[in-house]
Design a protein around this ligand. Structure first.
Ligand SMILES: NC(=O)CC[C@H](N)C(=O)O
Length: 232
């Protein structure tokens, strides 16, 4: 399989993402957004960064580029799609996943290590974990506060589409453990299909053993699991 890691002007996690995926034995390559989605892509990663300099709203410009139309079609066909940080913002702006990521409650850019709790381990992206597992992952964003209206939020919860919630080191989901004011401490959600997911924390920065922790590796392994699911 080859995961296309889409690079926009301003993306800055595309190389890290390819490196982390390759480390896991998942074939990945960077694809410049103007070159279009390769027909043989068996996965799509929307990496972190500052596409279009976060102009207007983070992710809004990239979400309106032609390659995202191709990503939408691929996602509908069951191709696994993962958006991380700016990629999560793009995913929500593109309607691949519900809700929105907006300006942090602090109104500041926050770069720190947080804990998230696995809310649903029965998805391709979380299969490597057990429900309730606590992962240490880095965040680095200014617009990471998850918001959704009541109807959308209730649907996400009732359909078990919340993947990760910010928590403390013991796994307690509290306001104090919510770094950015996200509704319900939500850090990651599934799209309409469980092969599509977005998350604000950076699993690719917590995958290589020579970096600080490898708790994110299982999330990236979701590409293999999601593909297997789609082909089943
Ligand atoms: N690390 C990133 O992807 C940055 C996310 C985004 N551009 C923000 O600051 O909100």
């Amino acid at each position: 399989m080859t995961v296309a890691v889409i690079q926009f002007g301003g993306s800055n996690c595309d190389r890290d993402s390819v490196r982390a995926l390759s480390h896991l034995g998942i074939d990945a390559e960077r694809v410049w957004y103007e070159d279009g989605l390769p027909a043989d892509a068996t996965g799509v990663m929307l990496p972190g960064g500052f596409s279009y300099g976060d102009y207007l709203r983070a992710g809004v410009m990239a979400a309106r580029t032609p390659i995202i139309e191709a990503v939408r079609e691929a996602a509908a066909d069951g191709v696994p799609v993962l958006g991380v940080c700016n990629g999560a913002q793009i995913g929500c702006e593109a309607g691949l996943t519900p809700g929105a990521f907006t300006i942090n409650e602090s109104a500041r850019f926050q770069c720190e290590r947080v804990h998230v709790r696995v809310e649903n381990a029965d998805t391709p992206w979380t299969r490597a974990y057990d429900e309730g597992d606590v992962l240490a992952l880095p965040i680095a964003h200014g617009e990471g506060r998850f918001e959704a209206n009541d109807e959308t939020y209730d649907r996400l919860v009732s359909e078990d589409r919340v993947l990760l919630r910010y928590c403390d080191a013991q796994g307690q989901v509290t306001d104090d453990a919510n770094p950015n004011g996200s509704r319900g401490n939500v850090a990651g959600v599934l799209g309409d299909r469980e092969t599509v997911a977005v998350m604000m924390p950076h699993p690719e920065r917590a995958t290589l053993p020579d970096l600080d922790g490898t708790d994110g590796a299982g999330l990236l392994r979701g590409f293999e699991a999601a593909l297997a699911e789609a082909e089943a």
